[in-house]
Design a protein around this ligand. Sequence first.
Ligand code: SF4
Length: 438
Amino acid sequence: MIVSLLKFDGSLDSLRRAIEMCGGFDKLRRDDRVLIKPNNCFRHRITPPYGMVTTSKIIDGIVRLLLEYGCKDISIGEGAIIDLLDDLKPYTRKGFKGTGIDKVAQRHNVKLIDFNEGPFVDMDLEGEKVQVAKAALDAGFLINVPVLKTHFQTRISMGFKNLKGCLSKASKKKFHNTNRLDFLICLLNESIKSDLILIDGIYMLEKGPETLVGKAYRKDIIIAGTDVFNCDTVGASVLGIDPSQVGYLREYAKRHNRSFDIRNIPIKGEDIESCKESLQWQFEPDKELLAPANISGLKSPSPGQTLCCGCAATLALALSIFGKDNPNMDFGDARLYYGKELYAENDAKNVFLYGNCGIKSNKSLQNAVRIEGCPPTLTTTLIVLMRGLLSKPRALKLLLIRAVKLMGIKLGIYSETFPGWDRYRLKEFDETHFWLRK
Ligand code: SF4
């Protein structure tokens, strides 16, 4: 099955060509119930969206082409989980607003669906009972529109992983809690078939999936096809990630006798060699988030593959804030452990166990400080870290100032930037791709 790999010049024609070259609409019927599934894991309005979420520019283009084709029943659906600034409440609709997808829907009169609002259908994935959004299962034609990005846990997050957004909140957690994440992602993609996969490569993201840690670059390509394995294999190769090392691709290849040899994939358009990058996918929170603030003595080792996005996102924001508020400080030998694979080397008051997984993995420790939650809230994280690492008066003062700033962000009257974000002021990062504040 053909994969188009095309330079995107911003025009509707460019998008049309990408779809035509891979026969993307060949099986589409005008009376199909069409569902577009973007990756809209937008956490809060302060995070730069580049390379992290699907651009509304591409979603707008897809809707236009569907209307031009004669489709009448078109929806855009997502099931995002947490709002970091609002006690982890579901935020799909805020996400649609934050990235301009709500305006696309209004302009073309298409429906927006928050999968979190249900209904769900029970599904058994080889013994794992999960709930999948009925809207995703009922779709006559599913267009899967992920971003060209790396992921600290699964190496890449593209077509396969994007469908995890169709699960209920509890099922998403279950995927992470079973130690069978890759296998379950593979099974999910056998149960929900993507009819067209269109990887939005206007931007790409290194050390993803969030721009708090990751670094976005302009790329201007589109990868499209009707086979999710081929598309993700091409996407991974473009980023410089070996697809045979991506767990769920390996599972799928095993079950379906598929090859990772890129020469077996018919690619139309650009020469893949000329598009290849070499992006990193792993990150170490202390190096990425605390070192820029010249903070030393607070170590947080690389999380391995058992820290899920909930804890990673909250922790990334908390450490970014903590670093910004306490530059040039040395905390001696404090440690932070999280996920299911990090085991503390000693039991002391300057050892922090983050999230229920981090606590469970180190349950024999008596003196370590626990930051509870699945994931913990941003407020809890900041309070425990500041109280544990700073003098009482300093912690109190900073927490009060922080509370006011966070309230200002929530009300939209204050905005925050972090080291490294200046690059997003460059011309190549075009906020109209998300119709931000327009
Ligand atoms: S505690 Fe954190 S890492 Fe563990 S399942 Fe919950 S959100 Fe994921």
